[in-house]
Design a protein around this ligand. Structure first.
Ligand SMILES: Nc1ncnc2c1ncn2[C@@H]1O[C@H](COP(=O)(O)OP(=O)(O)OP(=O)(O)O)[C@@H](O)[C@H]1O
Ligand SMILES: [Mg+2]
Length: 367
């Protein structure tokens, strides 16, 4: 029995089909992230769990109970909205105390719990301020404290860290993860930030156009994407398309052979392989292995260096490394190589046209 079960859930807003046929179960105490681009249906899914909007198809179960027709206040859910709406006329203390006060908790219990919650989000001492006297990041942390202070069964977080700068965001991510683990609250977090999804979650649901594209552990969705969308949404992915040949070879259109594990595909089958940039090795032009390429662009990211490459037949590839060892300058001729185990063949997408596609399924354009 899952803490939250979606059973064929759909949501239409008139002509807009915001969520399609969602069936997935979230386990007790699990931290699941819903990752997808803007408009993919993430907030709609949280609103359905919270009971703010009714589904137009299917059922939602919480702890085994069908809650599809239950009012929001009957669901024991802590919620942080995308626009963390605090009560402007209440102090920080008043905001965080609110869920306890409406539940009629005694005064001293409220005092203790609010103080503990504010300490957890590192806002101790600010309890007398009004929301307007706080920074955006501080307001967001008040909203977070208000969501978990009454020990809900389920925490729903819609981009809860969106207003924080990068450093604070990473700090609060660590805090949030520790908090969730300590309290053991089943958590559904919405984000469009792939790093946030990978670093926080037990499992990630990847959503596109209201349809679940894949659900899996961070490692599964990153290393073994179910399709091109997932491969491209979770960072940069080099896409190599060709035909499977006997002996573990993918023959590219250019005639070059790429070693790979065909995972049961017969010779002659069309296939697309994904190789992550950090798995691509840059070698000198004289090396006896890999594909010939030329460096078109280098991108320095501090912790990482990226090389955007073009192969002889015009294919775009990206290599990345954390050290400067593979340094190569713009215009330089190199070879790029990888190991067979670093090629992940996408499951058959035979429904798709065989027309040539760009080799790079990229989120970010060349900087
Ligand atoms: N009340 C509504 N009436 C009509 N259409 C809606 C309503 N709420 C959402 N939609 C539509 O449903 C789709 C999904 O919206 P949703 O808010 O769930 O997306 P999202 O993934 O949360 O996006 P974002 O990352 O921008 O917050 C969008 O096409 C949106 O325009
Ligand atoms: Mg949203």
């Amino acid at each position: 029995m899952g803490a939250i079960e979606f059973d064929g859930v759909g949501k239409r807003y008139g002509a807009v089909h915001a969520v399609h046929d969602l069936s997935v179960a979230v386990a007790e105490g699990e931290f699941v992230t819903i990752l997808g681009p803007s408009g993919s249906g993430k907030t709609t899914i949280l609103s359905l769990v919270a009971g703010l909007v009714p589904p137009t198809a299917g059922r939602i179960l919480i702890a085994g109970r069908d809650v599809t027709n239950l009012e929001p206040q009957e669901r024991r859910i802590g919620l942080v909205f995308q626009s963390y709406a605090l009560f402007p006329h209440l102090s920080v203390h008043g905001n965080v105390a609110f869920p306890l006060a409406v539940r009629g908790r005694p005064r001293d219990e409220i005092g203790t719990k609010v103080a503990a919650a504010l300490a957890r989000v590192r806002l101790a001492g600010l309890d007398r301020r009004r929301p307007a006297q706080l920074s955006g990041g501080q307001q967001q942390r008040v909203a977070l404290a208000r969501a978990f202070v009454f020990e809900p069964d389920i925490l729903l977080l819609d981009e809860p860290l969106g207003a924080l700068d990068r450093k604070l965001r990473e700090e609060v991510q660590v805090e949030l993860k520790a908090l969730q683990r300590d309290l053991g609250i089943t958590t559904l977090l919405v984000t469009h930030d792939q790093e946030e999804a990978l670093s926080l979650s037990d499992r990630v649901i990847v959503l596109d156009h209201g349809r679940m594209q894949q659900v899996g552990t961070p490692d599964e969705v990153y290393r073994h994407p179910a399709n091109r969308f997932v491969a491209g949404f979770l960072g940069l992915a080099n896409l190599l398309e060709g035909t499977v040949e006997a002996g573990g070879v993918l023959r590219l259109a250019s005639g070059e052979a790429v070693a790979c594990d065909p995972r049961g595909r017969p010779p002659g089958a069309r296939a697309a392989g994904v190789v992550r940039p950090e798995r691509m090795r840059l070698l000198p032009e004289s090396a006896g292995e890999g594909l010939a390429a030329r460096v078109r662009q280098t991108v320095y990211l501090g912790h990482l260096q990226r090389w955007h490459l073009e192969t002889a037949d015009g294919r775009e590839l990206v290599a990345a490394a954390t050290d400067g060892v593979r340094a190569a300058a713009v215009g330089e001729a190199v070879r790029v190589a990888w190991s067979a185990e670093d090629v992940w063949l996408l499951p058959d997408e035979s429904g798709e046209a065989a027309a040539p596609r760009p080799a790079l399924a990229a989120m970010a354009p060349v900087a």
